[in-house]
Design a protein around this ligand. Sequence first.
Ligand code: NAD
Length: 473
Amino acid sequence: MIDLPHIIDGRRVDGGEWFDSVNPATRQPWARVARGTSDDAALAVAAARHAFDDGPWPRMSPEDRASHLHRLADLIVANADELAHIESTDMGKPISQARQKDIPRSAHNFRFFADFQRFCEDESIPVSSNHHVYTRYEPVGVAAAISPWNFPLMLATWKVAPALAFGNTVVLKPAEQAPGTCTRLGELAIEAGLPNGVLNVVNGFGPGEAGEGLTTSPEVDLVTFTGESNTGRKIMAAAAQTLKRLSFEMGGKGANVVFADCDLDKAVDWSIQAIYTNAGQVCLAGSRLYVERAVFDEFVPRFVARAEAMRLGDPLDPMTEIGPLANEEHFQKVSSYLEIADREGAKMLTGGAADGWWIRPTVFVDVAPEMRIVREEVFGPVVVIQPFDTEDDAVRMANDSPYGLNAMLFTENVRRAHRVAGRLRAGTVWVNCFFVRDLRSPFGGYGDSGIGREGGKFSREFFTEAKAVVLEL
Ligand code: NAD
């Protein structure tokens, strides 16, 4: 067992109380985590406040801030094996995915925003012959970053990196189910020489404890949250009293539309990755698959064969493709959807529960639009496949969801690709691909999937105060 304390004001701070973090592969505790109270949150906020109001960070030149953040990225790279091991142990992610994707991407988040903020330009607006206006983008203050367990380090750094790069100070509240790598990040920030209080990590739970302590604190200026839509509702209500700026990235039920004129090999390949990566515990998962009727009978058996060929196993084995679900509660939730689907009359072609907290790649057909398995976010390796007849039908079915985070479409017809991409109500539409993300792109969702966008200049808008300076000439 290792200890995962809070990291506040450049120091490890033990909790009064602790709770266990369970390794989902062994179902045994592997770490003891500090259970932050709202007092611990207040301590972390006070440190961040002091670092913002009186410390060097928001006043530092963009170049100096960038070198600190690049040093932190260097340390993530230098410790990548350890971080990948922690991620995999904490939440069951196959180590190959953690080592090849999550951890390098976390370092990249810092490098990207370190450089982006240096190269950002402000505007100059010549209003009249007598006046001149220019803009300044100033740091906002103390940011609370509240992150989920499915990509623990990658999604935390996706918030922390732009917040810091634009000169804010941060209190990070990692998900209680997988706090290991975020706690290490707090330690690495000390090693990288970030001034005390610039990045604080407070561990623990949300309601009534560390998380809520942040969202209700009058000293916190902005909240960037990734998690479930229902949690977002609660955070918005809690933050209303102190009028915080909010950015929400929430649930999804990604539609994946396969037209008969597509490259079917590619469509099968991407569709498999889109739903089964990280055992489907991905906000962007392509969990609703719509296949044009002309190729439905060809697509489905090929998809099922690929799903059945995926390797379940120990997440620490580099050959494993599907690890266990991240925790017992979540395993129970996903299992309950298998029963609900069965009761609602859906037909399972393959999949179901395996030993431990594993769920095999699961495929349902014969589903109807009103079924819960079609409407609700399962957040597991479970896909529903439905046929469609026309482009209009496909668009209507894809858009028939409270969520709108992302969609995919497969077609070799360039006119259709653009036409349908424009009609799908989703924050990102991938055409003939999946998960290609340049950090300059806007990222976020329509409807219940989010509020606001982050990425590149969209992150600057959220993490800075834009000021107009007006001069008489
Ligand atoms: P969750 O909402 O249960 O928890 C997320 C975080 O919020 C955790 O740190 C938790 O402790 C905290 N929290 C919970 N209640 C709180 C409260 N009342 N006040 C303050 N903080 C509180 O989500 P999860 O189960 O960790 O993550 C899975 C969900 O996240 C899925 O719905 C998934 O789609 C979504 N997600 C979205 C994106 C995206 O970019 N849109 C990315 C990943 C995950």
